[in-house]
Design a protein around this ligand. Structure first.
Ligand code: SAH
Length: 253
């Protein structure tokens, strides 16, 4: 019996942000594999096995999923957002790379999802309307010096920046350090947006300046967007202002 492996993006949270393709693959899977909070989001289905694991064992989880698929199971490895953005797709292909070449006949597909930065941008208006980059502030898998180098380069290029993993329990000060560094490189009134738990019941948005953002708390469910020199706010009578990065760029040519 030949199995298969799908790496499935669940989107940021709500069912309306799960694609019909992802929904179909999840319904057809014999086994769900993933970080426990993502597996817990999915309904229990009769006959479907669930393998929930800790966050830090991505490569082990990828090998376990490949073992199941090689044994003939139809496995869905789940990630929040998009599986290719700081998530399981890379772990799966690292595992594939390390295994015997004859195993590469296994059908593997990556099913895309709405990444947190896209959902956050949609709520805010159009902060990613011009060139942007995405960085994970987690230094679990790379040294902090590499993150600082990239922050400097992104500031030098005047990119809008989207920060994933801005803080964790083990690293409560990383976001503050990143924003403090950017404070030495960019204007203090640069627009900064915090988008928390987008699409979930506790969703919140706040829009501030780089100078004020340094003191603003964030958690593991927050996506932070730092504007370019052209990013501006469009105020509204009530509620959070819109954030706009225009399509055209005139600064610092
Ligand atoms: N693959 C995921 C990202 C995994 S990294 C994706 O494409 O979205 C985890 C980080 O994503 C979190 O620390 C947070 O920065 C961000 N994130 C995930 N879900 C979010 C949500 N609903 N709202 C805001 N940020 C979110």
């Amino acid at each position: 019996m030949s199995g298969s492996l799908s790496v499935v993006g669940l989107g940021p949270g709500p069912a309306y942000w799960l694609t019909p393709e992802a929904d179909a693959v999840l319904k057809g899977a014999t086994d769900l594999v993933g970080y426990a909070p993502y597996v817990d989001r999915l309904p229990q289905r009769p006959g479907q096995a669930r393998h929930a694991s800790d966050n830090r064992v991505e490569l082990d989880r990828a090998h376990a999923a490949l073992d199941l698929a090689q044994a003939g199971r139809h496995v869905a490895v789940v990630s929040g957002g998009d599986p290719g953005v700081f998530a399981m797709a890379a772990a799966v292909f690292e595992a594939v790379e390390a295994r015997p070449v004859h195993e590469r006949d296994l059908p593997i597909q990556v099913v895309p999802g709405i990444s947190a930065m896209l959902a956050a941008a949609a709520r805010l208006g159009a902060p990613l309307g011009h060139d942007f980059c995405a960085l994970s502030l987690s230094d679990n898998l790379k040294p902090w010096t590499a993150i600082e180098r990239r922050l400097r380069a992104a500031a030098d290029g005047d990119f809008v920046m989207a920060f994933y993993n801005p803080v964790s329990k083990a690293r409560p000060d990383r976001l503050r350090e990143a924003l403090a560094l950017l404070g030495t490189l960019k204007a203090s009134d640069t627009v900064v947006a915090f988008a928390r738990a987008i699409g979930r019941p506790t969703e919140s948005l706040s829009v501030t300046t780089l100078a004020a953002a340094v003191d603003q708390p964030a958690d593991m469910s927050t996506l932070v967007i730092v504007g370019s020199s052209e990013t501006r706010i469009v105020a509204r009578p009530a509620g959070t202002p819109w954030v706009l990065t225009p399509r055209s760029y005139r600064a610092g040519a």
